[in-house]
Write a protein of this length. Structure first.
Length: 86
């Protein structure tokens, strides 16, 4: 039980850090317009540092869905996922 809470804490922490990283990536529009100015180099560094966010979100999704079949069957799982998605 204690290990589950510990893992949940780190998954939540990764979600928060990744959400911040995605915000940084979305507000970094200067990166997509090349310039020899100094600000473009800074934008490039920001892009490289926060690039981890999307793969981490996919890994978090996979980690939280690993043992769904122990909680409920496939039809209940698909109904829940469909209702949350729509």
């Amino acid at each position: 039980m204690e290990k589950e809470k510990h893992n949940l804490f780190f998954i939540n922490l990764l979600s928060v850090v990744s959400a911040f990283a995605v915000i940084m990536l979305h507000t970094n529009g200067v990166f997509w317009i090349f310039s020899k100015a100094r600000y473009w180099l800074t934008a490039n560094i920001i892009e490289c540092v926060f690039y981890f966010a999307v793969p981490v979100f996919f890994m978090i999704t996979g980690a939280t869905l690993l043992d769904y079949n122990e909680k409920y069957n496939l039809s209940v799982f698909l109904k829940k996922r469909t209702s949350k998605t729509l």
